[in-house]
Design a protein around this ligand. Sequence first.
Ligand SMILES: NC(=O)c1ccc[n+]([C@@H]2O[C@H](COP(=O)([O-])OP(=O)(O)OC[C@H]3O[C@@H](n4cnc5c(N)ncnc54)[C@H](OP(=O)(O)O)[C@@H]3O)[C@@H](O)[C@H]2O)c1
Length: 310
Amino acid sequence: MGEMIEFGRTGLTVSRICYGSWQTSHRFWGHLPREDFVAAMRRAFEAGVNFFDTADAYGDGLGEEIMGEALAPLPRDRIVVTTKVYHHFYPDGHRHPDLSGAYIERECEASLRRLRMDYIDVYLCHAFDPMTHPEETTAAMEKLKKAGKIRSYGASNYTVEQLRMARRFGDYAVLQPSYNLLERGIENDLLPYCLAEKIAVMVYGPLCKGLLTGKYSGEEKFEDLRRNNRRFQGEEFKKTCEKVRGLKPIADRYGLTITQLVLAATLTHPAVHCVIVGVKKAAQIEEAAGAMGKKVDREDYFAIRRALEG
Ligand SMILES: NC(=O)c1ccc[n+]([C@@H]2O[C@H](COP(=O)([O-])OP(=O)(O)OC[C@H]3O[C@@H](n4cnc5c(N)ncnc54)[C@H](OP(=O)(O)O)[C@@H]3O)[C@@H](O)[C@H]2O)c1
């Protein structure tokens, strides 16, 4: 197994690198071969990753279906699966927020069917639904937990105030926020709050959609969701790529790739339990898994932050 960590108060033990499956979503990432995802998920487990992240909304069920197929041959008690609810989606492709109790209960059953599992380890509210009282949402989560359909629950993309309010009604034990070394805003609010409240944190986007891997020169053009993202365009894109590539001497000293150095450094923050890496191919998760157990010392950690600033 890779580097493992007790996942807050959930009672779960997870690898610090978590497999991210948003890349199965055609809407954002284009059509990629299903067999590549299945192979990557199985390779992840062999490489010491026992933690897998998906959502009902990834490909409107497709992400969970692929994960269900990939993980079916693996021992269920040795893998930990996160999925999410919130985007109420319809066959014609439209969707709207929905954290109503009735929808959560119905959608949890649908997720379990697609995942071919009889429980979900971590069930997350994918975002905050302003039209449902958190008391109702939380009651549904507690009911699912009592029924053994989920083992723990939490939230994603909540602000501190939203999380604080939700926690008045039940035990939100996990938070999934966006965080990487280029976008560190939550260090000022969510991360201290989670540390104080012993909430397990699994951050998404640790490689800033690939920008922090060092593989881009700044000349690339994208056909996927990055096409409309300013970070991936013009001078800003080129400058960031240069800064990221500037990390190579530090990575070399640790015998790591830039990707691995960035992941290991991100895991240094005391509030961060795990990083979720978005994966398209087996080689990507294999490389990411190589960051587990690698410690970046304080001086280098701040040198990395400085190099990426400005
Ligand atoms: N809760 C939420 O709202 C939410 C939102 C977003 C994501 N997530 C979860 O978090 C996961 C990760 O987030 P993310 O996909 O936004 O960002 P990410 O992990 O920062 O970036 C993923 C991209 O990095 C590249 N990559 C990954 N491993 C690589 C490697 N070893 N070498 C080179 N390139 C590599 C791939 O780029 P290429 O495409 O260029 O190959 C991949 O598409 C998602 O899959 C999903 O499970 C959750």
